[in-house]
Design a binder for this molecule. Structure first.
Ligand SMILES: [Zn+2]
Length: 407
């Protein structure tokens, strides 16, 4: 009954937001945001043609210059984010599965950010729900790419990775880096730990972890079975602390955090990472909210105000990967710093029913409904100087609305 009431009250809030939109052109979906926002003109001002964006994809309000935009794209079961810095540098982190290139990444870069130039692509690790869209991008002639960054070309035993290696070959050609130069190297792999590989005048991209090696503490032995074989592809993910003024964001691909000493198979990289990071404003939950990631050490270190969980609804999400998982959602929901856990899709999974998900007070499912599931992008817009930030999601009518505003 309590769960039902919470579900109903959440739906009521959505209904009120949508009716507010229709009746007054204003909507606020945020208890801490007392101001009203003209969504219609926001859409118009943002790009002029946001309506050309795919369903569930939104464009944040412009102009963008002077602001840091972190645009976590809705790519179903997968991960992809566009980052636009205050001076216009474009960084694409991961690309979801292959169809997301044509469906989501290409139209968002062209129609929302008005660009066919990508300064940096960062591939967190060699799994298709992260690199598929990037492989499609490198086969297309639309975008120029200055630099492609990934930690390693080593993979799990038994993993052939032919598509992944095709991507690396394509990226070496596309960027002019030269054959055999991407993803190779020692500590950190093809990525230099620290603030080295992505250079921007206003935003600091600090690589904390790559290829199983952590900044200031070196390789985590459990990450590798042998010199050329990783124990778990997820554990070699590239993780970055992105700072703009006092604003901080952590994104770590599918980095893992189990204790291998107890026989677990997902090496604990997170507890080493935890020692190198402090509090952040926004955290992209690692590994789509998996229970073998998002361990208590890293959550205690990051103490985020807002969490974004990139998951799909149904299909591979519930049938194959079973993400997100109850343990991780519960850890984040009980962390006192957390105000919101934004789900890019209503991520009911194997061990969390839809009603149970709604019972978590901080969980907010974004987006319009389609085939019984909701979903949308989540876009963090950080003001000039990094003093304040706002998060946008889509409401049930697929209009961008403010879902969080910092004080
Ligand atoms: Zn993944």
């Amino acid at each position: 009954m309590v769960q039902m009431l919470k579900t109903l009250s959440f739906k009521l809030i959505i209904a009120l937001s949508v009716s507010g939109l229709i009746s007054s052109g204003c909507a606020s979906w945020n208890s801490s945001d007392s101001g009203h926002r003209d969504v219609a003109s926001t859409r118009k001002a943002s790009s002029g043609n946001s309506d050309e964006l795919p369903f569930r994809t939104i464009c944040p309000p412009g102009p963008f210059d002077g602001k840091l935009i972190i645009h976590q794209l809705y790519v179903g079961q997968g991960d992809s984010a566009i980052i636009r810095t205050p001076s216009g540098t474009i960084v694409l982190i991961d690309g979801g599965e292959s169809p997301n290139y044509e469906k989501v990444i290409k139209p968002t870069l062209q129609n929302c950010y008005k660009t066919e130039k990508i300064d940096y692509i960062v591939l967190s690790h060699p799994h298709s729900d992260h690199f598929g869209g990037l492989l499609a991008l490198t086969k297309d002639n639309t975008f120029t790419v200055r630099k492609f960054i990934t930690g390693t070309t080593n993979m799990e035993k038994g993993e052939t990775g032919s598509e992944f290696h095709q991507l690396i070959t394509n990226a070496e050609k596309l960027t002019g880096a030269g054959a055999g130069t991407i993803g190779h190297g020692k500590s950190g792999g093809g990525v230099t730990l620290g603030n080295k590989d992505i250079v921007d005048s206003k935003v600091v991209f600090n690589v904390i972890v790559s290829n199983g090696a952590v900044l200031n503490s070196g390789p985590v032995p459990a990450a590798y079975e042998s010199a050329d074989v990783v124990r778990d592809d997820n554990s070699v993910s590239v993780g970055m602390l992105i700072s703009f003024g006092k604003f901080k964001f952590f994104t770590g691909g599918d980095i893992t955090g189990e204790n291998t000493a107890t026989g677990a198979s997902h090496p604990n990289i997170e507890s080493s990472v935890a020692k190198q990071v402090g509090q952040v404003d926004v955290y992209k939950a690692s590994h789509h909210g998996s229970d073998t990631s998002n361990n208590q050490d890293i959550l205690n270190a990051l103490r985020p105000t807002n969490v974004i969980v990139s998951v799909g609804a149904g299909g591979k999400n519930t049938g194959t990967f079973h993400l997100p998982r109850k343990g991780a959602i519960e850890r984040m929901n009980t962390l006192s710093s957390v105000e919101n856990i934004f789900m890019l899709s209503a991520g009911a999974s194997e061990d969390i029913s839809a009603d149970e998900m709604n019972s978590y007070r901080k969980v907010k499912n974004l987006g319009p409904e389609e085939n019984g599931a909701v979903g949308s992008d989540a876009v963090v817009v950080v003001d000039e100087g990094g003093r304040s930030y706002e998060i946008y999601g889509a409401d049930r009518a697929n209009h961008p609305i403010s879902v969080f505003k910092s004080k």
